[in-house]
Structures are given as structure tokens and as C-alpha cells.
Design a protein around this ligand. Structure first.
Ligand SMILES: Cc1cc2nc3c(=O)[nH]c(=O)nc-3n(C[C@H](O)[C@H](O)[C@H](O)COP(=O)(O)O)c2cc1C
Ligand code: SF4
Ligand code: SF4
Length: 275
């Protein structure tokens, strides 16, 4: 098979998924001798135009695991925007050292229903955006492993006259979301938690409002988080003054539970298609 273009597309408010998608797209581009285009789905403005791909293009689609699946407020954008015509796709999720549960199965299903043929899949350990577990991952070794996986996939695709059978991935796309627990082992409900702003630190630069994937921070007054907060940490990470923070007790209790039970380094998982 010959390819005209490789696309790398991600939702990645804390940046790990983006790193892996870019690495994968570039490695596939090199292996297949095709140019690479990149697209973020991070902000509402990024999520306006659909991406319609043909059979001679290849998509690397990436997203983070939130509560065991793709982020529920963003998942509809993957469904609506990514449209293929028997377009081969690599499904890639990241997870923060606990588990990717059903996220990869869900992404695979969305891609398949959107007209893509899943030709490879990966679930990679990445720094937990909320709890900081797996700090520094994906590291150089992980990015190298992704490069090798994609180089091998590219070689097989180039040599194959037809699309392979999709890889078998663990999980159930229809399963419910993981229910976060607190330090006491009881469910911790922090769905409505929002970041606060230290007024003495905030310089009113407006960066947090620009990066919020939900468009929930008011541009004229960044202390006001008016819409839905998905706890993605983009505002916290991008604030140059360190002025944003969460103090919701259930949220903090969940982080304590994660740090107590999921500190041991987890393994990434790569899944080959059947050529
Ligand atoms: C709201 C939220 C929920 C999360 N849920 C899970 C989870 O269920 N399992 C897990 O291992 N990591 C979980 N994580 C960690 C993310 O999957 C991980 O940090 C991911 O790499 C973030 O992607 P990004 O850096 O591209 O934004 C969660 C993170 C957030 C912010
Ligand atoms: S307000 Fe919530 S959704 Fe918006 S950037 Fe901050 S953590 Fe993410
Ligand atoms: S990024 Fe930080 S300093 Fe800038 S407006 Fe937002 S809270 Fe204030």
C-alpha cells in the first residue's frame, strides 16, 4: 500500500498524548515516505472543522484515559470530527499508571464506526495529570519504543496489498466509567470541583482562559470558572504565576488514594494487527 499523507490528531490538555502522537506520526511518515500533518483537538476552536480522510491517508488518533474511558465531554468530538473511508488508523491512548481500562476499546470502536480500519493500537503510561504518578513519562525509552513499533507497522503496511485484520485490544467500549475512590476506599465525588485562583498571584495574563478545553474560564476575569471543568489540569500547568489550584476535599482524597495504591510503575501495551 502507498500513502499520500499521515495525520496525527490528539486531545492532550497536559501534553503527554500529544508527544506520543507526534512521535508515532513522524515515525510512520518516515517509514512510508509520506508527509505528516498534525492537528490538536484541545480547544473548542480546534474542534470546529471535521477531518475527512481517504483510503490513501493514515491517521494516528490519540486521547487520554479519564475515569477508564476517553474524556466524556470530548469523546463526541472524536465521533463527529474524525471521518474515514477505509482509512487505516493507529489508536493510541495514554493512562496515568492506574489503568487504561476501556479507553482503547472505546477509541477503536469510535474509529471503526467512523470509517477507519484500525491497523495498530497502543496504551502508553504517561504522567498522571492530576496525581503526578509516573512522573516524566513518556520518557525517551517509551518514545523510542513507539518509534520502533511504528517503523515496523509502516514496513508491514507498505508491503501489504490489503488492510490487515484489526488488533484485539482489551476492554469493553460499552462499559461504565471508573468510579474514583477516596483515601478511605469510599467513592469520591468531585465532578463539580473547579480550580480556584490565588488573587495575589494572578497577573490577569489570560493564558488559562485560552488553554481551557471547555472554554470555561472567563477571559475578562480568569478567577471565574463558569462552565464545566473536566479536571484536565491545562490551566494549572500553563499558569506562569502558579496561581491556580484545586482544594476540593473529595478531589484531594482521590489523589491521596492514587498515590497510596498506584505508585508502582505500570507497563505500556502495544497491539499488532494481523497481516
Ligand atoms: C480527569 C482525569 C481522569 C483520569 N483518569 C485516569 C484513569 O482512569 N486511569 C489512569 O490510569 N489515568 C487516569 N488519568 C491520567 C491521564 O490518563 C494521563 O495523565 C494522561 O496521560 C493525560 O493525557 P495528556 O497529558 O495528554 O493530557 C486521569 C487524568 C485526569 C485529568
Ligand atoms: S478549568 Fe478545568 S477544564 Fe478548564 S483548563 Fe482548568 S482544569 Fe481544565
Ligand atoms: S494563567 Fe494564571 S496568572 Fe494568567 S490569568 Fe490565569 S490564573 Fe491568572
Amino acid at each position: 500500500m502507498k500513502f499520500e499523507r499521515i495525520w496525527g490528531v490528539w486531545f492532550s490538555p497536559a501534553g503527554s498524548t500529544e508527544k506520543l502522537v507526534k512521535t508515532a506520526a513522524k515515525a510512520l511518515g518516515a517509514a512510508l515516505g509520506a508527509p505528516v500533518s498534525l492537528r490538536s483537538l484541545n480547544t473548542p476552536a480546534d474542534r470546529k472543522e471535521p477531518l475527512c480522510l481517504g483510503p490513501r491517508e493514515l491517521l494516528v488518533a490519540g486521547g487520554p484515559t479519564y475515569a477508564g474511558k476517553l474524556p466524556n465531554k470530548i469523546m463526541p468530538a472524536y465521533r463527529a470530527l474524525l471521518q474515514g473511508q477505509d482509512t487505516p488508523a493507529l489508536a493510541l491512548v495514554t493512562f496515568g499508571n492506574r489503568s487504561f481500562d476501556n479507553a482503547l476499546a472505546e477509541l477503536g470502536e469510535i474509529l471503526t464506526q467512523g470509517g477507519f480500519a484500525v491497523v495498530g493500537a497502543a496504551a502508553c503510561v504517561a504522567q498522571h495529570a492530576m496525581a503526578g504518578l509516573a512522573a516524566g513519562r513518556p520518557d525517551g525509552a517509551e518514545l523510542g519504543r513507539m518509534e520502533e513499533f511504528c517503523a515496523a507497522l509502516g514496513e508491514k503496511l507498505a508491503a501489504s496489498p490489503k488492510l490487515p485484520a484489526p488488533p484485539a485490544v482489551p476492554g469493553d467500549a460499552g462499559a461504565p466509567y471508573y468510579r474514583p475512590l477516596g483515601a478511605d476506599g469510599a467513592p469520591a465525588d468531585f465532578l463539580r470541583a473547579k480550580p480556584k485562583t490565588a488573587p495575589d498571584r494572578c497577573t490577569r495574563c489570560g493564558i488559562c482562559a485560552r488553554v481551557c478545553p471547555m472554554g470555561s474560564i472567563r477571559a475578562e476575569d480568569c478567577t471565574a470558572v463558569e462552565g464545566i471543568c473536566i479536571k484536565c489540569q491545562a490551566c494549572i500547568r500553563s499558569c506562569p504565576a502558579g496561581a491556580k489550584y484545586f482544594d476540593d476535599p473529595a478531589y484531594l482524597s482521590h489523589l491521596e488514594m492514587l498515590r497510596a495504591h498506584y505508585a508502582a510503575p505500570a507497563e505500556s501495551a502495544y497491539f499488532d494487527a494481523v497481516f
